[in-house]
Design a protein around this ligand. Structure first.
Ligand code: C2E
Ligand code: MG
Ligand code: MG
Ligand code: MG
Length: 288
């Protein structure tokens, strides 16, 4: 990748940046270095079938360890990357590392899918579809092993344009997922228009399941909606067995969260899977 070409966006003056706090301004400079000098890492968090506990996929989550600032969270630096022209190279880096990991696991006999988050700007990048196609070819990974996660918010920022890009990604054979579902302001009619195969229930609803009440109704409604539209439903933020069991009762398909596993370096996943196979007896199927 040409480093000069990918930072070209930085020369465009973005007036919104000047109104920001000094840390955020400093982060722009630091993040540029991080992207090009290897401070970014991709961690993966497992996703399992709710009924069997079988791990079928992982979500890629970018990690930044700054030499002085330490860990900076993606919730802080992804918006910075979006506004400074760095989201393109960052997304390419995450896709590249994620598909390299899937290819390595496949070569070792473990067939897993990977989900990569796309931000709003990435969905407006005309190069995105070509980049995805190029990286799938480069790593020789079947396109249906790559899921791309988008939020309702990023779709609503420019629906016509985003839906066109989603169709192009779908034509490549990638899977598409709506992340943080239920927190955005899109209408349900948009969900019908999006060429997606999956919804991820936002963790704010999942966390509230154990205490009963409204979140139970919301989670059930999302699962039912997903089933009726023929979409896979993933619950994120599953932190305990009780929540997992409640999700099994709703008919949700996949779970992701600390109770199953924390995000980890891609190289650690095979060992983690091995430990899990040795220590976890096959989960008995629950009657649902
Ligand atoms: P997300 O895509 O909704 O990712 C789920 C977040 O929940 C991750 O936070 C994950 O570490 C965290 N999480 C997973 N299981 C649990 C749990 O059981 N309990 C709790 N409390 N949290 C859990 P993370 O890694 O800090 O990422 C935050 C957000 O940053 C992501 O939300 C995503 O929107 C964005 N992000 C992360 N990596 C990337 C990336 O490579 N590209 C883009 N564009 N955005 C990314
Ligand atoms: Mg996500
Ligand atoms: Mg999410
Ligand atoms: Mg989120």
């Amino acid at each position: 990748h040409d480093a000069k070409a990918s930072t070209r966006g930085l020369r465009v003056f973005d007036p919104s940046l000047t109104a920001e706090d000094p840390r955020r301004l400093a982060l722009v400079t630091e993040l540029r270095t991080a992207v090009h000098e290897g401070q970014l890492e991709v961690h993966v968090q497992p996703q399992a079938e709710v009924l069997t506990g079988r791990v079928v996929s992982v979500e890629a989550l970018v990690r930044w360890t700054h030499p002085q600032l330490g860990r900076v969270g993606p919730d802080e630096f992804i918006p910075v990357a979006e506004r400074s022209g760095l989201i393109g190279p960052l997304t390419t880096l995450v896709l590249d590392r994620s598909l390299a990991a899937v290819a390595a696991w496949r070569a070792a006999g473990t067939d897993l899918s990977v989900a990569v988050n796309l931000s709003t700007r990435s969905l407006h990048d005309t190069d995105l579809v070509d980049e995805v196609a190029r990286l799938l070819r480069r790593h020789d990974v079947p396109s249906d092993r790559l899921t791309l996660e988008v939020t309702e918010g990023s779709v609503m920022a420019d629906p016509a344009r985003t839906i066109a890009v989603l169709h192009q990604l779908r034509d490549l054979g990638c899977r598409l997922s709506v992340d943080d579902f239920g927190t955005g302001y899109s209408s349900l009619s948009y969900l019908k228009r999006l060429p997606v195969q999956e919804v991820k229930i936002d963790q704010s609803f999942v966390t509230g399941l154990r205490s009963g009440g409204e979140d139970v109704a919301i989670v059930r409604a999302i699962v039912d909606l997903g089933r009726h539209l023929g979409l896979a439903v993933v619950a994120e933020g599953v932190e305990d067995q009780e929540t997992w069991d409640l999700l099994a009762d709703t008919g949700c398909d996949l779970v992701q969260g600390w109770h199953l596993g924390r995000p980890m370096p891609t190289a650690d996943l095979p060992g983690w899977l091995g430990d899990r196979a040795r220590s976890t007896p096959a989960r008995p199927l629950r009657a649902v």
